[in-house]
Ligand binder design. Structure first.
Ligand code: PMP
Length: 436
């Protein structure tokens, strides 16, 4: 048997992984707000794993639910046959979703949820006799996972440049990142008019060719970019006017990150579909879902005959163990008031974070709910290096932060205390003073 720290065969295709292989940072256990590293050190989790462990780590109720479910009914398909947990979780999800979103379609990840939503959008128009609507619109600096649909509508050119032709007929709205040194608290005041570019795309191609617009209500993985006030409202108006579906990718913002169950409620804008994953099971078991409006569901499922079958689904869609994890996770969020906790901590978080503004290299700070971004001035010719150095130093100092380009992103578990916020930001301040 190979030794547990034998990394020969392990491959994740990220550059940072080369550094990881040279000096592995191994996590061996976790509890609540902390990871324990192989060397025995406690690491304060400033990122909820990868934006997913919203209730913190190894929460007994979720652990127990998964253990019991594995022993009781390990696997059962959730189509053609069923099991009660799949129905229960779907109802629970639509209960916390915005009004008008009332069906849930299960997948296994955020990427699958995105590809599923895009396929549903295309099929929906076809089911209604509008099969010319095939164009999909994303955003520059949008991130929607790594499926073929997701990288096509995603705005990160590096993520798609090696893969040849992807989905045809995709446009990208200009991104909403506003000038640096603004140190915006919450939503920027100006920039809603960036949504009007959608009108330009509609005029160019004709509304009858456009199926859907997909956006993250708050872009996470491309640097934590807040939507300017009025931006999402404007997108909703324009899409509605032209019969275009609006999809919110809430893989990051779902489940309390902004202080409400979904960002849709935080912004008061209801899309036609919401994609979610990550916090759906607190990161414990892979699971994603597409939540849809009744109109979308009805286009496939009502009428004299099924107008069109939606040939789509996964072996593990709605599997019992994932559903049990999802239900126990929602129980935990609800019992502990976690879906609104980010709103309660907002002021404290904002003040702590913006206290970093005068430290070396800091050129912008952004916050919303329990998400924060500290953008550093990049080093010429070495994009991302300074922020990655900060990540390494932070890990040594006992805090976990995340880096996207030259931006440090933080999204701690929603159970974080005010004292732990102060510890996280205090240690980050020391790190920023120490890096070149
Ligand atoms: N959409 C968004 C907005 C995301 O942030 C992510 C993952 N960071 C995904 C989709 C893809 O999710 P997954 O990694 O579970 O496939």
């Amino acid at each position: 048997k190979p030794a547990p720290n034998d990394l020969r065969a392990f491959w994740m295709p990220f550059t940072s992984n080369r550094q990881f292989k040279a000096a592995p940072r191994m996590l061996v256990s976790a509890k609540d707000m902390h990871y324990t590293a192989a060397d025995g050190r406690e690491i304060l989790d400033g990122t909820a794993g990868l934006w997913c462990c919203n209730a913190g780590h190894c929460r007994p109720k979720i652990t127990e639910a998964v253990q019991n479910q594995v022993a009781e009914l390990d696997y059962a398909p959730a189509f053609q046959m069923g099991h009660p947990l799949a129905f229960e979780l779907a109802n629970r999800l639509v209960d916390i979703a915005p009004d008008g979103i009332d069906h849930a379609f299960y997948c296994n990840s955020g990427s699958e949820a995105v590809d599923t939503a895009l396929k549903i959008a295309l099929a929906y128009h076809r089911a209604r006799g509008e099969g010319t609507r095939t164009r999909l619109i994303g955003r520059e600096r949008g991130y929607h996972g790594v499926g073929f649909g997701g990288i096509s509508v995603g705005g990160i050119v590096n993520n798609r440049r090696f893969f040849g032709s992807l989905l045809a007929g995709v446009d990208h709205l200009p991104h909403t990142h506003l000038p640096e040194n603004v140190f915006t608290k919450g939503q920027p005041e100006h920039g809603a008019n960036l949504a009007d570019d959608l009108e330009r795309i509609v005029a160019l191609h004709g509304a009858e060719t456009i199926a859907a617009v997909i956006v993250e209500p708050m872009a996470g993985s491309t640097g934590v970019l807040m939507p300017p006030k009025g931006y999402l409202e404007r997108l909703r108006e324009i899409t509605r006017k032209h019969g275009i579906l609006l999809i919110f990718d809430e893989v990051i913002t779902g489940f309390g990150r902004l202080g409400s169950p979904f960002a849709a409620q935080h912004f008061g804008v209801t899309p036609d579909m919401i994609t979610c994953a990550k916090g759906l099971t607190n990161g414990v078991i892979p699971m994603g879902a597409v939540l849809t409006s009744g109109a979308i569901h009805d286009a496939f499922m009502t009428g004299p005959e099924h107008v069109i079958e939606l040939f789509h689904g996964y072996t593990y869609s709605g599997n019992p163990v994932a559903c049990a994890a999802g239900i126990a996770t929602l129980d935990t969020y609800e019992d502990e008031g976690l879906l609104t906790r980010a709103a309660e901590l907002d002021q404290h978080w904002q003040e702590a974070l913006h206290g970093l503004r005068d430290l070396p290299h800091v050129i912008d700070i952004r916050n919303m709910g329990l998400i924060g971004a500290v953008e550093l001035k990049g080093i010429d010719g070495q994009p991302g290096k300074r922020a990655f150095d900060a990540f390494l130093k932070a890990y040594e100092a006992g805090i976990l932060i995340r880096v996207t380009g030259d931006t440090i992103a933080m999204s701690p578990p929603l159970i974080i205390s005010k004292a732990q916020i102060d510890e996280l930001i205090g240690k980050l301040a020391e790190v920023l003073k120490a890096i070149d």
